[in-house]
Design a binder for this molecule. Sequence first.
Ligand code: HEM
Length: 443
Amino acid sequence: MTPLFALLWDTLDDRLKLRAPGRKVANKVFPHHWSFLLGEIALISFVILVLTGIFLTMFYRPSIDPVVYSGANELFGGRRLPAAFESIVRLTYDVPGGLLFRRIHRAAAHLFIATVILHLLRIILTGAFRKPREINYHLGVVLLLLAFALGFTGYSLPYDALAGTGIRIAYTELLSTPYIGDRLAFWIFGGEFPTGDVIPRFFVFHVLLLPGLIIGAISAHLGLVARQRHTQFPRVGIDGHRWIVGKPLWPSQFAESATLLLWVGGVLVASAVLVPWADIVLQGPYRPGEVGNNAQPDWYLFWLEGALRLFPPIEFSVLGMTVSGPFFAGAVMPTLVIALLVVYPFVERRVYGLEGEWHVLQNPLDIPLRAAFLIGTFGFLLLLSAGATNDILSRLWGVPIETLTWVFRILALVGPPLGAVGIFAYSKRRLAAKGQTVASVER
Ligand code: HEM
C-alpha cells in the first residue's frame, strides 16, 4: 500500500472499524468457471445502461406535442415532429457524442437482456435454484420480468414508427383482458391510445420506477449470493457445502471483475462505432393510423409476437365476458410460462422426494425431469419466436404466409412435447446405466 493510501485507510479504520469485516469480505471465495461471469456481465451492462441513460435523459423530451425541428438533419429540417422523436433526432445529429451514447445504450440493453437470459439458463441447467437458493431464484424471475419491461419501455420512448406500433399492440393486448381490460389500459396508458400521456408515463417507468426496482432487487440478489455462498461444480473429494474452491474477492476476483468491466465497456463502444444500432431516422415518427407492415419487436419479445401471430383468431363469450385469441396468446400463455418457471424448483423436489440442501452443480442430463422441462419450455419459446418471422420467411422463400403460420403452429404444438419425452427417456436410461439415482447425485 502506498503511504498515502495507508494513511487514508488507517484514518478511516480508526473511525469506522473497517478492518475486521473488511478482511472477511476480502477473503470471500469465488469459484472459477466461465458460466459464473454471465451474472457479472449482466450487472456491468446494467451499470453502463444507467450511466449512458443519465446522459440521454438530459436531452430527451417526454412528450408527443408537435415541435418544429431546426437542426442539422436535412430530412427533418423545418418539419413538425412529436417532441420525443424530435429530441432523439437532435440527440443523434446535433448533440456532440449523442449518437455514440445512444448506440452504447442500445447495445448495452441487448447485452443486458441476453446475459440475464443466459444466466437464468445456467441456473436452471445446473440446478443452482435448489434449496437453499429458491428465494434468490424467484428474485431472479422478478428481475427477468423487470428487464423485459425496461427494454420495452425504452424501445417505446423514441416514438418512431416501430415504437408506436409496439405501444399500440401492447394497448390492444391489455384491452383484451376480460372484465378489467379497459380499466387496466386506462391506468397504464392514461386514456385511449394514442393518448398524450403514454410517453410521459413510459418515461417515468423507464428512468425512475423500473431502474429503482431493479437496483433494489439486484442488491438483494447479490446480498443473498454473499450470504448463502456460491454453488460450485463438482470437485473430486471436496464437500461442496463446507468448502468452496476459488479465488478471494481481494485482490484476485476484484482484478478479474475489473478486467471484465474493461472488456465489456470496450466491446460495447466498438459495437456502437461499427453497428448502426438505433437508426430511427429510417423509421420516421409514429403516425397514428399508418400501419407499418414490417413492425417487429426487439428479439427478446419475439416469443410474444410469435404467439400473437400463431394463435387462431377465435372469440367467444363466457359468463357475459368476451374472450379472444390475443388474450390467450398475450396474457394466458405468458402467465403459464412464468408460473412454470416459478413452480419448477418445488416440482423437482417433490417428484424426486429430495431433502436437505444442494450446493454442487449438476449436468441436467442427470435429472430427467429437468432436462425435459428445459427442452419442452425453451423449445416452445424458440419455436414461437421463429413464428414471429413468418412474414420475413414468406418473402424470402416465396411460401404463402398462411402455410408458414400453419407449419409453425404444428411445430410449436408437437415439437416441444416430443423433444421433452425423448430427452426424458434418454437421461433416464443414461442415469440407470451409471447405476445412479437422482437423489444419489452429489450435493
Ligand atoms: C438483473 C439481472 C441479474 C443480475 C445482475 C444477476 C447477477 C448475479 C450475479 C453477479 C451472481 C453471482 C455469480 C453467478 O453465480 O453467476 C448471481 C447468482 C445467482 N443468480 Fe442472478 N442475476 C440476475 C438475474 C437472475 C435471474 C433471472 C435468475 C434466475 C431466475 C437468477 C438466479 C440466480 C441464482 C439462483 C444465483 C446463485 C447461483 C449460485 O450460487 O450458483 N439471477 N446473479
